[in-house]
Design a protein around this ligand. Structure first.
Ligand code: CA
Ligand code: CA
Length: 248
């Protein structure tokens, strides 16, 4: 159907030769508008769902450059109504070992350090009453070096349980850490930061035998990945190029 805004070219023989700008009538327009509104609402809901699915809660352990013992807190940040958690931390026992675990939370806290020298520890905790909110220090791990200068280990977090008071799972983003027994950027562990470290990273990227990947001291550009840019960044840092003073 055509509405009153239609334009037609009517000639002497009363035959419509062409219809210009034929628009839907009022009802059809309402239908289209309501469908458009529904589409917009659906899109808004879809995108808000995507944003909401990015968990606000994080579980972290930290990044360390140290030749001596470190204390690594396991943090559960931006959490609401936390009531139970089971968290495992794995590492390379040839480089580091967890020597002690302190509970950062009150309540029933069970720690398993029987396998600390095999490269992992696990902690289980729950509250019978109440809950924790905000930034929670779940546990403190005392980590000692077990090898020599230049040893490196990832600190990998595995969250087996993270629950609220209704025992519903709390979604969380896990941010793993590392311990490097040396300086940031001194990847080849000769206590000097120079072109040889850039070469080490390049060799490691290429998978050459004898150049194991060391994410911590190799990721100097701060973009979260180890690639050729880190070789360039480190070389520029070593030669004093302005803008590359800071290793991320
Ligand atoms: Ca070096
Ligand atoms: Ca990088």
């Amino acid at each position: 159907m055509l509405c009153g805004c239609q334009q037609a070219m009517i000639f002497g023989d009363n035959r419509v030769r062409r219809v210009i700008g034929a628009y839907p009538d009022g009802n059809a327009r309402k239908t289209i508008m309501s469908r458009l509104a529904l589409l917009i609402v659906s899109l808004l809901f879809f995108f808000s769902a995507i944003v909401a699915s990015g968990a606000a809660t994080t579980v972290t352990i930290g990044e360390y450059f140290s030749e001596t013992d470190v204390t690594a807190p396991i943090m559960i940040n931006d959490v609401e109504e936390l009531a139970a958690a089971t968290i495992k931390v794995s590492y390379d026992p040839a480089a580091v070992v967890v020597t002690a675990i302190d509970n950062g939370v009150s309540g029933s806290f069970i720690q398993n350090s029987q396998y600390a020298h095999d490269g992992w520890v696990k902690m289980a905790w729950y509250l019978v009453d109440g809950s924790l909110n905000g930034d929670v220090t779940f546990a403190l791990l005392a980590i000692s070096p077990s090898g020599s200068y230049g040893d490196y280990s990832d600190l990998e977090i595995e969250v087996e349980t993270l629950s609220d008071t209704e025992y519903q799972t709390i979604d969380a983003d896990i941010i793993n850490g590392f311990v490097y027994r040396g300086m940031n950027g001194d990847v080849n562990a000769d206590r000097v930061i120079d072109a040889a470290d850039s070469q080490y990273i390049a060799n490691s990227i290429a998978g050459i035998l004898g150049y194991p990947s060391k994410f911590g001291p190799s990721e100097v550009s701060g973009d979260g990945t180890v690639d050729a840019y880190d070789c360039v960044y480190l070389a520029r840092h070593a030669t004093g190029v302005p803008g590359y003073e800071h290793l991320k």
